[in-house]
Design a protein around this ligand. Structure first.
Ligand code: ADP
Ligand code: MG
Length: 342
């Protein structure tokens, strides 16, 4: 049965790690990794999303699993288009009569105009009308219930897998957007590098992410947590076990964390004084899976002097915002003039 009724709006969060789709009246119907498995040479799609991620580090020579948006830039446009089409086709029935759904797609702000156009056309070809491409942080701000149409400055920091976007929003518009290609992936890579250099052990991406989520911490904690991990001895090549603790993990995460905090600071420095005063009062709202690193919002607050608030559902803000974008803009844009007049 089709998941969708004919007058509905669809919101997609096309993230570097995860793609989520929200259908009005149904909620979140897709939440899968942004991964595609293709046949080498022919580039034929073998699997998309969860099924493809399972193949990521276990593929044999003829199948390659790729993350087409890994660094916040589309490094394989054709595969990205196919991935979008696959997710849309999963929810849009083949014959949709005259009432094609409206669709909003949140994308990393680093992608180029040409890439945005390709995303747009892919959605359009797959059966959507009124396709609107928005920056991920704008979608996240709406999804985090930040009153973006008020004549007040709001700051949002969205830490995804491959990118971090820091934006200042006021009166419905983006005053500043700064993006860097550092996010949760770099936390994982820092852990892999550290384990290799200090413990002579090779671990995979999945193990590193596990370490980060289970015992990773950005601020010093009284309690030292430990985790046993498995990998390969870099010298003997044999499988081995190792116990890591949260103190060493915190230390190895310093570099990417500092890079993110520096961009928050420089964005605050660029912010017009009145809006900066608003942000000092309301704080910076943190969204995206990377913000869920334990102690990160606490550290951001300590380093910047501005309160940092972790959004209620950091992983869902962008898709929820994209899902209600059209209704939200309709409802609030007329208030802009009223707000300005007051
Ligand atoms: P994107 O929008 O780029 O697809 P997401 O917002 O989905 O990214 O976030 C994915 C990132 O969040 C990954 O790097 C993942 O490891 C990280 N992540 C998810 N949950 C946690 C957690 N509890 N603690 C730390 N990092 C997390
Ligand atoms: Mg995201």
């Amino acid at each position: 049965m089709a998941l969708f009724n004919l007058t509905t709006d669809i919101g997609m969060d096309l993230g570097t790690c995860n793609t989520l789709v929200h259908v009005k009246g149904k909620g979140i119907v897709i939440d899968e990794p942004s991964v595609v498995a293709v046949e080498r040479g022919t580039k034929k799609i073998m699997a998309v999303g969860t099924a493809a991620k399972r193949m990521l580090s276990r593929t044999h020579g003829d199948i390659i699993a790729i993350r087409p948006l890994r660094d916040g830039v589309i490094n394989d446009l054709e595969t990205t288009e196919k991935m979008i089409a696959y997710f849309i086709k999963k929810i849009i029935p083949r014959s949709f009569g005259f009432n094609k759904p409206r669709m909003v797609i949140g994308v990393p702000s680093c992608i180029t105009e040409v890439e945005k156009r390709a995303v747009f056309e892919s959605a359009y070809r797959s059966g959507a009308r009124d396709v609107k491409i928005v920056e991920e942080s704008l979608a996240s701000a709406i999804g985090a219930n930040i009153p973006i149409f008020e004549p007040t400055g709001h700051m949002i920091c969205d830490i995804g897998g491959g990118t971090t976007e820091i934006s200042v929003i006021s009166l419905g518009g983006m005053v500043i957007t700064n993006a860097i290609r550092i996010g949760g992936d770099e936390f994982d890579e820092a852990i892999i590098k550290y384990i290799r250099n200090v413990h002579n052990m090779i671990i995979g991406d999945q193990t590193a992410e596990d370490v980060k989520i289970k015992i990773g911490n950005a601020s010093p904690d009284k309690k030292i947590e430990k985790l046993e991990i498995k990998g390969t001895d870099a010298i003997t090549g044999l499988p081995k076990r190792l116990e890591v603790d949260s103190v060493e993990v915190r230390e190895c995460l310093q570099e990417p964390i500092i890079a993110i905090i520096e961009v928050i600071k420089s964005t605050l420095g660029e912010t017009p004084h009145e809006l900066a005063a608003d942000i000092l009062e309301h704080g910076v709202v943190m969204t995206g899976g990377g913000s869920m690193l334990k102690g990160l919002s606490k550290l951001v607050a300590k380093e910047t002097g501005v309160p940092a608030i972790l959004a209620e559902n950091p992983l869902l803000c962008a898709v929820l915002g994209a899902g209600k974008y059209f209704d939200y803009i309709n409802k609030h844009s007329s208030n802009i003039y009223q707000n300005l007049a007051n």
